[in-house]
Write a protein that binds this ligand. Structure first.
Ligand code: ARG
Length: 600
């Protein structure tokens, strides 16, 4: 609900009490946006719902409310319509004053959160030595946008990369690494520990493992085929767990190599993340099991320690256990998530913890949330939210793959988007007979390509699957990043043509006459509502829809109303509308992680 709607709601509530007494103080006036712009901007539907309770005709109730209703500052005189709707139409002078008011406000009228909280967004979270795939891309893009919105609202946000950097797979990786670098075996023992007990390298190891994914495949192959190798790998796991120096260094080396790969993607996407991988919670895992035992939830089942779940059953209808310690003593993904959850609540003091992963992990989250709740680890003021998203599909509606059927490397995917944007731009420049520097072309292509990928992802309701199409996401028409970037650049085109500095337009200049101006003005004032809805529901596609519609409303205004050719005072007023639209687009897009261009 935006500020205006909030104010009107209060007024109707007061009128209700004035007309029918304090009994009705808590009644919701059901103030909603008008179903049809013909009837104004808002309508209060409360009279209809009170008819039975008050034993009166709804129209009579509406009349009594209107008699006590004072909204003259905001609205034209209220009208009663149909069976008893109270219709409210915003005054033009009110809209003008609101726009004048936000002109000097860098937040464009969006209030910051009243009670800022510590919030954690757990996103991206790829796995060491494995491919960062399109699922991680979605998590990265959606998680970053959510984090940006919460930060803008004034929350204290921890952006956590829960990297998969621990587990038994490191046994085979370490062993394979040692054996591929056998001449240099002494190297792994010759390194030192830094003071904080983190491994570090004095010199870099000589080995270059190049393609990590290939390296993983090789290790896996040996592991599957060679029993001795398996045994050595098992030992390596034990060594790693007991902090044996050479194992720890090999592990660190592998993590560093992966990090470098991830960093390339984060840099391309302009993502900031604090890495706190699974290994970080390692020392806390035994405590999780011990405390579950203390709380009486732990059950031994075929040697494994587990907690039985409510609402989850196997095919035979028997309750399913969540295993927290395997029969060999090892811990798993869920144990680490339980440990991290406690840490985030106790040490980080988080009040909302948001996990951004594919919908396929829904059960995992529901299960360990349930166990943590049962164990009494979740205080009432802490909210746990799994933010699921659907699959990325190819244009054939099947799993997204390269033409040869391989999984798509994210780097290639992003490069391809930029390169296609580059080609499109060159064609357009040729058509328009424009000369631009290579530097300009590269920069525009980069921004357009990356924005297109991000926007295509964010503009879908995240819970559904979406079809990845370069052609669609790069289209200058439709609900795409290029379309909106183009509107932004068009506004800056106006300022260049008229030699206008938007920052130096006078104050109190807004004058709304044409219907497209009014429509644009009203829409500009709804930004606060959209942002607060995303802050709650964590659906960035709402913000995309808003920006798309705003762009369309601007284009309608631009088509119908001369701007630079208009007479004063209209000319300045229209330039203020241009400026406010551009700033709203820039702010909104920045919250999606998308950069704007003044020229493209
Ligand atoms: N590494 C996991 C994966 O690639 C995602 C981790 C999500 N975060 C969490 N706390 N479980 O699927």
């Amino acid at each position: 609900m935006n500020a205006t709607q909030e104010k009107l709601k209060e007024q109707v509530q007061q009128a209700l009490v004035a007309a029918f007494g304090a009994d009705l103080a808590g009644v919701d006036p059901i103030l909603v946006p008008a179903s049809n712009p013909k009837f104004g901007d808002y309508q209060a539907n409360v009279a209809l719902s009170l008819s039975k309770k008050l034993g009166k005709q709804p129209r009579a109730i509406a009349g009594a409310i209107v008699e006590k209703l004072d909204v003259s500052e905001i609205c034209e005189p209220p009208e009663i319509a149909g069976p008893g709707f109270i219709n409210l139409k915003l005054k033009t002078a009110y809209l003008e004053a609101q726009l004048n008011g936000i002109q000097a406000d860098p937040r464009l009228g969006v209030p910051a959160a009243k009670t800022p909280k510590r919030e954690i967004v757990d996103f991206s979270s790829p796995n060491i030595a494995k491919e960062m795939h399109v699922g991680h891309l979605r998590s990265t893009i959606i998680g970053d946008s959510i984090a940006r919105i919460l930060e803008f609202q004034g929350h204290d946000v921890l952006r956590l990369n829960h990297v998969g950097d621990w587990g038994t797979q490191f046994g085979m990786l370490i062993t394979h690494l040692r054996e591929s670098d056998s001449e240099n075996n002494s190297f792994w023992n010759s390194l030192y520990y830094e003071e904080n007990n983190q491994p570090g390298f004095i010199n870099s190891p000589s080995i270059n493992i190049g393609d990590l994914v290939q390296f993983y495949r090789e290790a896996k192959k040996k592991f599957d085929e060679d029993a001795d190798f398996r045994e050595r790998s098992r030992k390596a796991v034990v060594e790693l767990q007991s902090n044996e120096l050479s194992a720890k260094h090999a592990w660190f080396f592998l993590c560093e190599a992966s990090r470098k790969e991830f960093q390339v993607i984060y840099k391309l996407l302009d993502i900031k993340l604090d890495e706190r991988g699974e290994s970080f919670y390692n020392p806390l895992l035994p405590g999780v099991v011990k405390d579950l035992e203390k709380s009486g939830l732990l059950v031994e089942n075929q040697g494994a320690k587990c907690v039985f779940l409510e609402g989850f059953t196997n095919r035979e209808g028997e309750p399913l256990p969540l295993i927290v310690q395997k029969s060999d003593g090892g811990y798993n993904y869920a144990t680490t998530d339980l440990a991290s959850l406690r840490y985030r609540i106790q040490q980080d003091q988080a009040k909302r913890i948001i996990y951004v992963t594919d919908a396929g992990q829904g059960n995992h989250f529901a299960q360990f949330f349930q166990v943590a709740r049962k164990a009494g680890w979740i205080p009432d003021d802490v909210e746990l939210v799994h933010v699921p998203f659907g699959l990325v599909l190819g244009e054939d509606g099947k799993k997204f793959k390269t033409r040869s059927g391989d999984t798509v490397r994210l780097r290639d995917l992003l490069d391809e988007a930029v390169s296609r944007a580059h080609t499109d731009l060159k064609t357009r420049l040729e058509k328009e007979e424009r000369q631009e520097t290579e530097e300009f072309i590269n920069e525009v292509a980069r921004v357009v390509g990356i924005s297109a990928v991000k926007y295509a992802d964010l503009s879908q309701n995240r819970t559904s699957n979406y079809i990845f199409s370069y052609d669609k996401m790069l289209d200058l028409k439709g609900n795409t990043a290029p379309y909106m970037l183009y509107v932004y650049a068009r506004i800056y085109g106006i300022s260049r043509k008229g030699d206008i500095n938007f920052k130096e337009l006078g104050n109190n200049a807004v004058l709304l006459q044409h219907e497209t101006e009014l429509a644009l003005a009203k829409y500009l004032l709804q930004l606060d509502e959209v942002i607060s809805s995303v802050e709650q529901d964590l659906l960035p596609n709402r913000l995309c829809e808003y920006l798309f519609e705003l762009s369309q409303k601007f284009n309608q205004f631009y088509d119908r109303c001369p701007i630079l050719q208009a007479e004063e005072p209209q000319r300045t007023s229209r330039l203020v509308l241009c400026d406010l639209t551009a700033r709203t687009l820039k702010l909104g897009l920045s919250l999606l992680g998308i950069q704007v261009l003044e020229r493209m």
